[in-house]
Design a protein. Structure first.
Length: 157
């Protein structure tokens, strides 16, 4: 049995009767189609609303940038290279991700650093915790290179 809503010709837009068949000359809307349409619309708007709410509650990403401009102690720099695995573990401990970690840097203007690292973190707390965890490595880097590191706050997507 299919329920049908009938709209009376004299009062379009208002529901006049509910029956089990269609009368000639009257516009009819089958409930099952109306219900299916309502569910489909709800499924379409639901995920969009959830994404919108999620975007309002997340914080922008934070990036740690390390640039090495010059190597002042070649042997010391080799010792610094040996700490790469330990640094990668510390990045992962704070849920960080290397977006770039390379010596292949091309200058567009000015001079390019000899080494560049770009590490993404979910928030400032994790980026600072990572930085605190590599204090000895940072001290070694500062002794054997002319370099700098800094934190950059990203923007929401």
């Amino acid at each position: 049995m299919v329920l049908i809503l009938r709209l009376a010709p004299h009062a379009r837009g208002s529901l006049s009767t509910v029956g089990t068949s269609a009368a000639s000359g009257e516009e009819t809307v089958k409930i099952r189609y109306a219900l299916s349409l309502a569910v489909a619309i709800g499924l379409g708007f639901g995920p969009a609303a959830i994404r919108s709410l999620h975007a309002r509650t997340t914080t922008p990403p934070v990036y740690v940038v390390v640039e090495i401009d010059d190597i002042t102690d070649a042997n010391g720099f080799e010792a610094l290279r040996q700490t790469a695995d330990a640094t990668a573990v510390e990045v992962q401990t704070e849920d960080g991700r290397y977006l770039a970690r390379t010596e292949n840097v091309t200058a567009l203007d000015g001079s390019a650093p000899k080494f560049f690292a770009f590490i993404a973190f979910d928030n400032m707390t994790k980026a600072k915790a990572f930085n605190d965890s590599i204090k000895k490595i940072t001290a070694l880097r500062n002794r054997v290179t002319k370099s700098r590191s800094f934190i950059v706050e990203g923007t929401m997507r």
